[in-house]
Design a protein. Sequence first.
Length: 279
Amino acid sequence: MKKLINKLLPKLLGTHINALSMWSTKMAAQRAFLIFCTPRSGRVKEDQKSYLNAAKDLQLTVNNEVTIQTYRWEGKGPTVLLIHGWESNAYRWHMLIKELQKQDYTIIAFDAPGHGNSSGKILNVPLYTDSLEVVSQHYRPSYHIGHSIGGLTTVYHYHKHHPAYIKKLVILGAAAQLSEIMKDYQNILGMKNKVMQGLDTLIQQRFGFSFHEFSGYAFAQSIHVPGLIIHDTYDKITPVEASRGIHKNWKDSTYIETSGLGHSLYQDEVRQHIITFLT
């Protein structure tokens, strides 16, 4: 029964938004935007609490609206900052953290807005980028490692801020094109084209770019530090073409395509590629 409800819910939401658009396209677009930016999970689970609580560091404020919880594992080497994906939290990195500790790195992680122990209810790439900037400016890491939406945020953050202290970037299973993401979103909910046009207008007014202008491919052209890109051909969340396009436009990048590891890329094989690249 639960599986059936989860399968039908997106279409029911889409029907609601389409009906709302008959009265007000603007209101329908606002509703679609809120749903798009609202995670359903990602808060700290019971079995994750002790691990994260032991590493809690600072709480940093972003845009006077959300409080970001950071975590720190002290080492004597360079600092690595970890940026998790959608409906996740800093715990997702615990196996990679073990490997980084063996190399004596100082490790910083944080929970995105609306995730883990951070405040807030919504998340989008611009907000995540603002959060990354606040955390990164405070800790000034040598390396950023991002997964999924955290990977796209990593690319966009470098494009927007060009932090001089960053030496290398790593992105795992990252998305690239907002236009493709929105096309999938429209298909999942079954929303009308006029709703999507209203959503595109809303995003332009709020963030200053359209669906087509927010492009990981274009952002990658402005990155001037070495990068490692890993993506799996069987990724069911983010198509592998996204990372192929980023690699094509990122002059100094190394691309590794795995097979059978899925979207999460938790495996030892991936961790060893990261350690080798950083060291």
